[in-house]
Design a protein around this ligand. Structure first.
Ligand code: ZN
Length: 151
């Protein structure tokens, strides 16, 4: 196994076992329910965005496979303190990276440790598990109630 995919496995296992920010935000400003019917992943993303457009707090609840859970957990830790504009740029980059249209190894990016999810490219049937939290985030930012990867 390559170093990259070994790291990928470790991070997935860690965040699946100990998901970060796994709780409901009762005083949040935005939320959305996301579903990935292909795998059965279901989650709610909660955000608290302040008047300056900064993500003060972000959390999630739900059930799903190890990839969706760890991807969501990693997303929340990386987005706290970021602006909504930065979050949208990261969504764009993450999505394109998973689809293989963006290469963070050669192109400038804002993804930080999220680049380990490049490993999911080796499992094409699981890409929607990795991108579900990001679609759900975009849905919450757009003030919609729910989204599905089948849309
Ligand atoms: Zn899944």
């Amino acid at each position: 196994m390559s170093y990259q995919s070994e790291l990928y496995q470790q991070v997935i296992l860690d965040h699946n076992k100990n998901p970060r920010n796994f709780r409901e935000l009762t005083d949040g400003t935005h939320s959305c329910d996301g579903k990935n019917p292909l795998c059965g992943d279901e989650m709610t993303i909660y955000l608290n965005i302040n008047d300056d457009g900064i993500i003060d707090d972000i959390s999630f609840q739900g059930s799903g496979c190890a990839i969706s859970k760890s991807s969501t957990s990693m997303m929340t830790t990386n987005l706290k303190g970021k602006s909504v504009d930065e979050a949208r740029v990261m969504f764009e980059e993450f999505h394109k990276m998973i689809l293989g249209e963006f290469d963070p190894e050669t192109q400038e990016h804002h993804l930080g440790k999220l680049t380990i999810f490049m490993g999911v490219r080796e499992f094409p049937s699981r890409t929607k598990c990795a991108t579900l939290p990001w679609h759900t985030l975009a849905c919450a930012l757009d003030k919609k109630q729910e989204t599905s990867t089948e849309d």
